[in-house]
Unconditional design. Structure first.
Length: 547
């Protein structure tokens, strides 16, 4: 049998600085395109707002510096695509009908033809003043190398837009950034690749993100140190398994390249053989497309102590329970331990003398559950939500359960369920403060990017107990940027959880977390992580069929 030859493509991310002078920015783009062409890429990805800094005197100014399709700036980009016989993805502000402006990624083909436009779906902070959100989903573009999806910056700091593209067949994400956030490159951007098993190319900025003459003034007004008002760089190319194939520096102009084969993104299999997309439960995700589905978090305690335990038997649990701090409120057992139905009563009796609740996996009548025990009884049972070859359940859950404890609202699920960003988003929309995960991770990305990004992007605490990689993800209590903070200074990270990790060789992890902090979902002005999600463009997430 003759095997089909793999078709490789070379992709490039172009990292550079822009200014308030549109002609100067055009020259920078053209120069960097020529520099990148020396390495013969088939695709170049440029940063967001390539035509002008995202900083405007007023709406009139924003309109004046925005571009028109067919204008000189974009004609020059098209000519470069034709001259170097490659695809070019560039993000700019565009003049639209009725004096509106969009932030749009444009894809030019090797003939210099404009073949795709993708308007930004989720705006950040002051962008809401000047620009209109997308009115249609981003397209998936067929090329001889494979299928591409385009989105800029904030659209990749939440899962909906990339997930929709992947479900519609995209194999490669082209992500144009204009970010000073250090955590965007270390957490949110790379998370989008493995959670969808797609390739990703991100191109970020360096240099000041506002006019240099205003740096000191803006730093004082926003309480953001001047050194954090610069593009954070860190452009990268990511493999579908989460491996970083190439990464740029944090502070200088640079071109990075990698050779990839997009057909590798067609394999959506988990290590146990489960197909990542066919195992989805769109019937349980409908809250995502409901504008009014978001429930505000209720009251919760400011600070709670949690413990994760790696146990192999009920006797092991009994021995460790004797030395647990009496101030602990919640215990999560590692997911490699699955309590038999006959053992649940023993666990109830172990918990009975204590003022904590305990979360564990359990097998009840051939069905997989995550069970919460406390006050001498089973408080809640969450049946397995998604099909999983390694932990087959006779039946699957018909709903996601939440429960109000004295310190906050919780949801529970195994790590094979938490690998699906849709169901964690639904839990957040139901107003939970904390997600409890008896974990048995299959892949590195689940603990490296998956659960940390779920915590940050939904503003929920996460307690995940794995036999080796337990984590307790808490939240910064002072969160919304450009508001007054008293406990901390801005450190360059906009939306990263506070992570406590299990020490290798230690059977437990103990840490404080902040359920009350989950009540604040506002990342910046007019940017609520849940209420401002692109619910109106997320229909692909609740459909059974996929490419």
């Amino acid at each position: 049998m003759i095997s089909k030859k793999k078709l490789y493509m070379r992709v490039a991310a172009l990292q550079f600085q822009t200014t308030s002078h549109v002609p100067e920015n055009l020259n920078t783009c053209l120069r960097l395109i020529d520099e990148a062409a020396l390495q013969s890429p088939n695709l170049m990805v440029l940063g967001e707002f390539s035509n002008h800094l995202s900083w405007y005197d007023d709406q009139k100014h924003a309109w004046e510096v925005a571009l028109e399709i067919g204008g000189n700036f974009l004609q020059k980009i098209a000519e470069k695509a034709r001259r170097h016989s490659c695809y070019i993805d560039i993000n700019v502000t565009l003049r639209r009908a009725e004096n509106t402006i969009t932030v749009t990624s444009l894809l030019y083909d090797p003939e210099g033809q404009l073949i795709a436009e993708a308007d930004k779906q989720t705006l950040m902070g002051h962008e809401n003043i000047y620009f209109e959100r997308a009115s249609a989903p981003s397209p998936v573009i067929e090329t001889p190398y494979g299928r591409l999806g385009l989105f800029p910056c904030r659209d990749g700091v939440t899962f909906e837009t990339p997930r929709g593209l992947a479900l519609r067949g995209a194999q490669l994400f082209c992500d144009s950034l204009n970010s000073f956030a250090l955590d965007e490159a270390t957490l949110h951007v790379p998370a989008r690749a493995p959670e969808n098993k797609c390739f990703l190319v991100s191109a970020n900025k360096v240099g000041p993100l506002i006019p240099e003459i205003l740096l000191n003034e803006v730093a004082r007004a926003t309480q953001i140190p001047k050194n954090f008002l610069y593009g954070a760089g860190g452009s990268q190319i990511v493999h579908p398994n989460g491996t970083i194939l190439a990464r740029a520096s944090l502070d200088k102009e640079e071109v990075i390249v990698a050779d990839i084969c997009l057909s590798e993104a067609d394999d959506k299999s988990r290590p146990d053989g489960t197909h990542l997309f066919t195992a989805r439960r769109p019937d349980l995700y409908t809250d995502i497309v409901d504008e009014n589905a978001c429930i505000d978090c209720g009251a919760a305690q400011a600070e709670v102590k949690a413990v994760t335990l790696s146990v192999t038997s009920v006797n092991d649990l009994l021995a460790q329970a004797l030395v647990i701090d009496p101030w602990v409120k919640i215990i999560v057992l590692s997911g490699n331990f699955i309590a038999k139905e006959s053992e649940l009563e023993q666990i109830i009796q172990i918990c009975k003398p204590y003022d904590w609740s305990l979360c564990t996996r359990a097998l009840i009548e051939e069905d997989q559950f995550v069970v919460l025990i406390g006050k001498g009884k089973i408080l809640a049972q969450q049946k397995q939500i998604h099909k999983s070859h390694r932990s087959a359940s006779k039946t699957l859950a018909k709903e996601l359960i939440t429960l109000d404890l004295e310190w906050g609202r919780v949801a529970m699920m195994h790590s094979d369920d938490a690998a699906y960003p849709e169901i964690v988003k639904v839990a957040a929309l139901k107003g939970i403060h904390t997600l409890l995960v008896p974990a048995d991770f299959q892949e590195q990305w689940e603990w490296q990017y998956g659960l940390p990004s779920r915590a940050a992007e939904n503003r929920i605490c996460v307690i995940a107990a794995d036999k080796e990689k337990s984590m307790i993800a808490s939240l910064e209590r002072e969160f919304t940027i450009m508001t007054t903070w008293e406990e901390r200074q801005f450190d360059g990270k906009i939306n990263e959880p506070l992570l406590a990790w299990q020490v290798r060789g230690k059977p437990y992890l103990e840490a404080l977390f902040h359920p009350q902090a989950a009540c604040n979902k506002v990342m910046s002005e007019a940017t609520d992580l849940l209420k401002d999600r692109p619910w109106f463009l997320s229909e692909a997430l609740i459909k059974e069929e996929h490419q």
